[in-house]
Design a protein around this ligand. Structure first.
Ligand code: CTP
Length: 404
């Protein structure tokens, strides 16, 4: 999956012949799963039509500070556009637009959006070879880079003037590859390995029956996807669930029982930087598993159970510098019980779910959690989607690495 998937891209098009290539660029962004809005300078409309870019981006194209709809003038909120974007790219960036960006000469909507944008800004220059080398252009490049903007260098080749040299806007495929590589290298969990447990475990009674629980696995899978989208390599040890992974950075290890999960976790734990135990592991299993289906006979029937191994506690006992996160599902004395689990299992952080909170728990789309760290600092969170809880958990991981 492209790192551009789900990203909000603001494309600023200025007036050079390479503007016609932005039709392909928008298509590639959309294909990569990005959301695209386009701002055009007045001059760029001579090279590619707003209708083309609006159709391809599936959004209206902006080019004026206001649009005239019969008698009603509607202001285009450049601040909102600038804040909407996860990244802005100016392509093609002409010498004129680059110079305005460098000096803050705000005489069109594109420059106003650029000045309002808080996100990373990329620019892909396009001009004739002598313009590209001119000291004033070079000083625009230097100023823009010094402001923190990122240049996607022009390519060598035939130019609109008929001359050949450096100045062609990078090809759309190369722009996309440049953005992907740059964003990928800056992902906050790039190079980190994370072990995650998810789902229920099934403890066999006989060949056709088991003891299980209602865990769907959603929380663990959401954490895995969020971790991978932040660049981490994920080993997801999952009990039986219908969820599928959508990211090549995630390796799923399917397990059935608590013992399988224990074995898989211990296979990988030494090699990871973080472990997050989101699985609902059975605490007990039948002491003896019948080899044949148990037949119905007496009116009452009992099964002797024995304790399973506590996977999380066993990881806490051997951890070196791994950041270890556990969950606690409680119905009473929540905070005190969670604190005890932090100590007993040697955790860095616990994510407390209280079944007393409406919207939290098994088979729900939402969760309401409280974070408690190893210093017993308590941080209650709002009720939110499990995806958002996953974001909060991974933010704790990022914070941990930013301090260490
Ligand atoms: N856990 C585990 N292995 C087990 C039981 C639990 O790894 N055999 C992990 C869970 O994945 C969770 C944490 O331990 O991260 C706490 O699970 P929870 O069910 O809340 O607590 P238990 O330790 O099982 O204790 P109790 O059921 O008595 O509350």
């Amino acid at each position: 999956m492209s790192v551009l998937n789900g990203k909000k891209i603001l494309l600023g098009v200025s007036g050079g012949i390479a503007a016609y290539k932005t039709a392909s660029l928008v298509r590639l962004f959309i294909k990569a799963g990005a959301h695209v809005q386009v701002i055009m300078t007045p001059a760029s409309k001579d090279f590619v039509t707003p209708l083309t870019l609006s159709t391809l981006s599936k959004n209206p194209v902006h080019s004026n500070f206001f649009s005239q709809d019969d008698e009603d003038a509607v202001w285009t909120n450049h601040v909102e556009l600038g804040l909407w974007a996860d990244l802005m790219i100016i392509a093609p960036a002409t010498a004129n637009t680059l110079s305005k960006m460098a000096t803050g000469n705000c005489d069109n909507l594109l420059i106003a959006c650029y000045l309002s944008a808080k996100c990373p800004v990329y620019f892909a220059p396009a001009m004739d070879l002598d313009m590209y080398k001119h000291p004033s252009t070079l000083s625009s490049f230097a100023a823009l880079k010094q402001f923190g903007n990122i240049m996607i260098p022009a390519e060598n080749g035939e130019l609109a003037s008929g001359l050949s040299g450096e100045g062609r806007m990078a090809e759309p495929e190369n722009i996309v590859a440049f953005l992907e590589a740059d964003l990928d290298s800056k992902l906050p969990l790039k190079g980190k390995k994370i072990l995650i447990t998810a789902g229920p475990t099934y403890e066999a009674i006989d060949p056709v029956r088991f003891i299980g629980n209602h865990s769907s696995g959603k929380m663990g899978f959401d954490i895995a996807h969020e971790a991978a989208s932040l660049g981490a390599q994920v080993i997801l040890v999952s009990g039986p669930t219908h969820y599928k992974v959508k990211n090549s950075l995630i390796t799923v290890v399917d397990v059935i029982s608590a013992q399988d999960m224990y074995d898989a976790c211990h296979l990988y734990f030494n090699d990871v930087d973080v472990a997050i135990a989101a699985a609902a592991v059975a605490d007990y299993r039948p002491k003896v598993v019948a080899l044949q289906k148990i037949k119905k006979a007496a009116d009452n029937f009992s099964i002797e159970l024995e304790k399973t191994k506590d996977i999380l506690a066993s990881l806490g006992a051997i951890k070196k510098d791994q950041f270890l996160i556990g969950f606690a599902l409680e119905t009473e004395n929540e905070i005190e019980n969670a604190k005890l689990k932090i100590q007993k299992k040697n955790l860095d952080l616990i994510v407390l779910n209280s079944l007393q909170d409406e919207g939290a728990g098994f088979k729900k789309e939402t969760n309401k959690v409280t974070f408690i760290d190893h210093n017993f600092e308590i941080e209650p969170m709002e009720l939110k989607s499990k995806e958002s809880v996953a974001v909060d958990i991974l933010n704790k991981v990022i914070l941990h690495f930013s301090k260490s």
